[in-house]
Design a binder for this molecule. Structure first.
Ligand SMILES: *[C@@H]1O[C@H](CO)[C@@H](O)[C@H](O)[C@H]1NC(C)=O
Ligand SMILES: *[C@@H]1O[C@H](CO)[C@@H](O)[C@H](O)[C@H]1NC(C)=O
Ligand SMILES: *[C@@H]1O[C@H](CO)[C@@H](O)[C@H](O)[C@H]1NC(C)=O
Ligand SMILES: *[C@@H]1O[C@H](CO)[C@@H](O)[C@H](O)[C@H]1NC(C)=O
Ligand SMILES: *[C@@H]1O[C@H](CO)[C@@H](O)[C@H](O)[C@H]1NC(C)=O
Length: 499
């Protein structure tokens, strides 16, 4: 009996049409169906979605692809459906466009699967680049006639960056340190100190650790060339609990462009419970003395502040109020026009602003002013205004300049004038005077060196980043103090003797 049933079932299966599957191949041009008039066409798709998948067993030839899946609409027009075409446009530095056509291996006999579910298919392909916007559109074939609207469904998909659990295996991410787990822990030791622990990376020897909320609270550099768990104490100006810890590694494989990591400052465990919970006493009984002490302390503090303020007013009218935060260092950056702006100048600017408490002056950001004043006048006034002038030399062979930097895309390199030779010739006379020389720095990126026409720059202090990051950082800040002191004395002289 059972045997008879089984064989009947087998017979039925062989009579039933096979379920359609897809066979996909590239078809970037128009489909042949475009050339033919169709009186009836299938409807559109019901649903389209994109996921990331990684392929390749060996880490070496590993790539990230899209898994595009779609669901067909369960209506009568499904009988006309022959294929689905999917096109993907990638918008990054360069635009990419490609399409695949997925043919259904059988004609559809029913609006839903024999098992009852909707018809669902997927295609794995289209390599995914980092942090790129993809526009994915799909339409059914035969498509509508030439002049009619073809029903299609589209979704946008933005691929994640290197810290995503799939993307981190891309080679460029691995080189930028994506597989390194620094396991950052940070805690507030006291009002003035944050302790940060992290695991170093054997591929690097310099790290910058900074604590910030909206402003920079503290910064420190760590030098360590072995794999170890390291600990650094950072002094902070303000309340640090809940602030962000940012760790920037400088690895051999990525130099200036390594992935930054973040953590959060919590209270250190020994200070987080200074008063062990007291269960036997009444709440008020325990807190009353403390409240009294706080009240008295507040009163004393208020009185103190008032007195200081009165005294301050009577003796010095222009005492600076911000005693904690030093003013930013004004840095004029000049670079030869062949240096890739977005990739190199922006990153360096970012480094100065985020790590060196600097306010950067760039030709690129003051085009209108330069046009109004003329380049010579502009350079002269900026030399006056700046605390430091950096000649940035880079040996970048990056043909690919990325577009980030918060500046408009319109101002590309063709209308960028080369102020470097002009600045060099204009400021050159300062190099012979010790009093002016302190203002100039040469920063070399990516193994660049002073050469040819600009030999005279060799007298200025030179820093090879990120190797000399710590020295550069210290010198920049040390010099500010000198400069502000000099400024004051100069202003004083000016008032006594005409210059
Ligand atoms: C799909 O069908 C079209 C038209 O019949 C044919 O030109 C194309 O080669 C087929 N593609 C694949 C991947 O089978
Ligand atoms: C692609 O996505 C579909 C739908 O989510 C899923 O069924 C399929 O297993 C995925 N394919 C791969 C290779 O991950
Ligand atoms: C996808 O992105 C493009 C370009 O940013 C935009 O014009 C379009 O409206 C977006 N489409 C969807 C479905 O979000
Ligand atoms: C991170 O560090 C903490 C403290 O040292 C340790 O307890 C934890 O296991 C570490 N986590 C990982 C993933 O290494
Ligand atoms: C850092 O490491 C030291 C020594 O191992 C440890 O005493 C301290 O609690 C750690 N601090 C944090 C914030 O993990």
């Amino acid at each position: 009996m059972l045997l008879a049933l089984l064989s009947l079932a087998a017979m039925c299966r062989s009579v039933l049409p096979r379920e359609p599957t897809v066979q996909c191949g590239s078809e970037t041009g128009p489909s042949p169906e475009w050339m033919v008039q169709h009186t009836l066409t299938p409807g559109d798709l019901r649903y389209l979605q994109v996921e990331l998948v990684k392929t390749g067993v060996a880490t070496e030839d590993f790539s990230v692809l899209m898994n595009i899946s779609w669901i067909l609409r369960a209506d009568a027009s499904i009988r006309l459906l022959k294929a689905t075409k999917i096109c993907v446009t990638g918008k990054n530095n360069m635009q990419s466009y490609s399409c695949v056509r997925c043919n259904y291996t059988e004609a559809f006999q029913s609006q839903t699967r024999p098992s009852g579910g909707k018809w669902t298919f997927s295609y794995v392909g289209f390599p995914v680049e980092l942090s790129t916007l993809y526009l994915i559109g799909a339409h059914n074939i035969p498509n509508a006639n030439m002049n009619e609207d073809s029903p299609s469904l589209s979704v946008n998909f933005t691929s994640p960056g290197c810290l995503n659990h799939v993307m981190k295996y891309k080679r460029q991410c691995i080189e930028a340190g994506s597989l390194w787990d620094p396991n950052i822990t940070a805690c507030k030791k006291n009002e003035k100190t944050v302790e940060v622990n992290f695991t170093t990376n054997p591929l690097g020897n310099t790290y910058t650790v900074l604590i910030r909320r909206n402003v920079l609270l503290g910064i420190s550099s760590v030098l360590e060339n072995k794999l170890t768990r390291t600990s650094v104490a950072i002094s902070v100006d303000e309340e640090s609990e809940g602030a962000v810890v940012q760790l920037t590694p400088y690895l051999h494989t990525c130099g200036n462009d390594c992935i930054r990591r973040e953590g959060t400052v919590v209270l250190c465990s020994e200070t987080s419970a200074p008063f062990p919970p007291d269960n036997n006493r009444g709440m008020l009984g325990g807190w009353l003395p403390l409240l009294l002490v706080l009240l008295v302390a507040t009163w004393v503090l208020a009185a103190g502040i008032y007195l200081t303020w009165r005294q301050g007013r009577s003796t010095k009218t222009s005492f600076p109020v911000t005693t904690v935060l030093l003013p930013p260092v004004k840095v004029l950056v000049v670079y030869p026009s062949e240096v890739c702006f977005h990739h190199t100048v922006c990153r360096f600017t970012d480094f100065l602003q985020n790590h060196c408490r600097s306010e950067v002056i760039l030709e690129k950001w003051q085009k209108r002013k330069i046009a109004e004043m003329g380049p010579v006048q502009w350079l002269t006034s900026q030399r006056q205004a700046a605390d430091k002038v950096v000649f940035l030399l880079a040996s970048d062979i990056h043909t690919l300049c990325d577009s980030a930097c918060g500046q408009d895309e319109g101002s590309t390199r063709e209308n960028s004038q080369d102020l470097f030779p002009l600045a060099f010739n204009l400021f050159c006379s300062d190099f012979s005077s010790q009093t002016h020389l302190h203002k100039y720095l040469v920063v070399c990126l990516g193994g660049a060196n002073i050469k040819g026409d600009y030999d005279a720059l060799s007298v200025c202090p030179q820093y090879h980043l990120m190797k000399d990051a710590t020295a550069f950082h210290t010198d920049l800040l040390k010099v500010t103090q000198n400069v502000s002191m000099k400024k004051r004395s100069k202003a004083c002289q000016g008032s006594c003797s005409p210059l």
